[in-house]
Each structure stands twice: as structure tokens, then as C-alpha cells.
Design a protein around this ligand. Sequence first.
Ligand SMILES: Nc1ncnc2c1ncn2[C@@H]1O[C@H](COP(=O)(O)OP(=O)(O)OP(=O)(O)O)[C@@H](O)[C@H]1O
Ligand SMILES: [Mg+2]
Length: 253
Amino acid sequence: MEVICVANQKGGVAKSATTAILASVLTRKGNRVLAIDMDPQGSLSKQVGANINGHEVYDVLKGNISARDAIQAMESFHIIPTSIILAGLEAELMTDMGKYFKLRDAIERAKLTELYDYIIIDTPPSLGVPTVNAIVAANKVLVPTDADCDSINGIIQLNTTIQNVKKYCHVDPQIMGIVFTKFDPRQNNSKDMMSLAMRVPDALNTRVFGTYIRAAVAVREAKSRAKDLVASNPTSNVVLDYSSLAEEMFKEG
Ligand SMILES: Nc1ncnc2c1ncn2[C@@H]1O[C@H](COP(=O)(O)OP(=O)(O)OP(=O)(O)O)[C@@H](O)[C@H]1O
Ligand SMILES: [Mg+2]
């Protein structure tokens, strides 16, 4: 049983795409998978065509309903969706001493780890309360990144947040590694990538995955049509890449 938080406070590095496609790939491999959308923008929820007018993650975090009652079965995996209401949570929980433990508690109370092999949590491009909740709830953190020259700074900041979570929240999420996404050999500066890849292990004590996720228009198309890419385009490069990434992520069991 793995609870994986997909995080990077840099925007547009394919956190939501990674969550959706990885969840789908792991389902295809025979696992029971739940995705949780912790980004108030709700792009993951929209991407998979979830209903955001019913129960959602906000109700779960507020303790109004059990996490089990917010689960929706989508085309391949299950999801607890979100709407923009989640954006107000941070202010509402301002003086709540347990504000960072809402998601972890909800997962525990509903015994979700008995229902699923993998829970994958999508996070917003910020290091606020929703992202920290996701890190606290997770035992693993996956960091997608683009190959920009300044990407390392965001990753170092994320690492600091994770170290603080370990220190002050007494949980022990491990950074699984960094994965390059939207990789386009014609556009990406391979020098930037190499220098980023070389700095990561020292700065963060983690690895860069050997699998890169190639850029492909199929991702954007699947998103705009709320289609499951693995079902609609199972042999596309991106699906193959995420499939190899899943193998690499869970190789040692
Ligand atoms: N492998 C890929 N090839 C081409 N486009 C991609 C790929 N992965 C993601 N994208 C596109 O890049 C854009 C950003 O992706 P996505 O929304 O997943 O990033 P994000 O990190 O979740 O963004 P945010 O920080 O806003 O939550 C989207 O339009 C998505 O369709
Ligand atoms: Mg996103």
C-alpha cells in the first residue's frame, strides 16, 4: 500500500497529468487506485470528468463526511474530487492546531488503505495547507519537473518543506525521485537538464528517474475531452513512458 503525493510548487510541470496517467497505468496493471484532488483549481477532477457538485474533498477535510462517501468511480480509477471551495480551507483552519493532519486523519478513519493498493494525491502549485496535508498523508513524494534552468530552486524549496513536515509533524514521507515531464528533445536545453539532473542528488538526497516523460499533444487532447489517455490511446509514447516510470518507481517492491 502506497500513498503518493505528486508535488512541485512550480506551475504547469504536469502534476495533474502525472497523477491521472499514473493512476490509470497502475489500474491497468491490476491495482486498486484512488486519486485525490487537493488542488482547488480542480484540473484533475475536470480532466477525468468527475462530478464536482456532490461530495468533495473539502467536506472530507472538514470532517463533515467520511472519505468513503466522497469517492467516485471514473472510467478506470476512483477519485475524490474537488471544487474551488477548497481554496477557502486555509483561512478557515487558520487557528486549528490540527490543520495539517486533516487528510491523513480522514484516510485513516475511513480505512482507505484497506480498499486501495495506491492512493495518489494531486497538489496545487503552492506550498500551502492543501499541499502540506498531502505531504503529511503520504509515505512517498513524486516530484515532476520541467527542464528549466530555475527548476532546481523550486525543488529545493519543496525539499525544505518536506524536511519541516518530517521535523514538526512527526511523519516520514520519502522523496521517491524527480521525473522530467513534457520532455521535447527539440526544445529542451540538454545542458540545463544535465546540470539539473546532476545537482538534484546532492541537494535533495534523491534520484532523477531514468524514465523521461515525452511531450505529446495527446495529453492536451485527452485533457480537453476529459478522456482517459490510457484507455483511448494505450500505445502512445506518453502512456508507455508513464508505464516505464511506474515500473521504475516500484521496482524494489
Ligand atoms: N507529456 C506531456 N506532453 C504534452 N503536454 C503535457 C504533458 N504533460 C502535461 N502536459 C500539458 O501541460 C499543461 C500543464 O500540465 P498539468 O496541468 O498537468 O500541470 P500541473 O503541474 O498540474 O499544473 P498546475 O501547477 O497548474 O496544477 C497541460 O496543458 C497539460 O495538458
Ligand atoms: Mg495541476
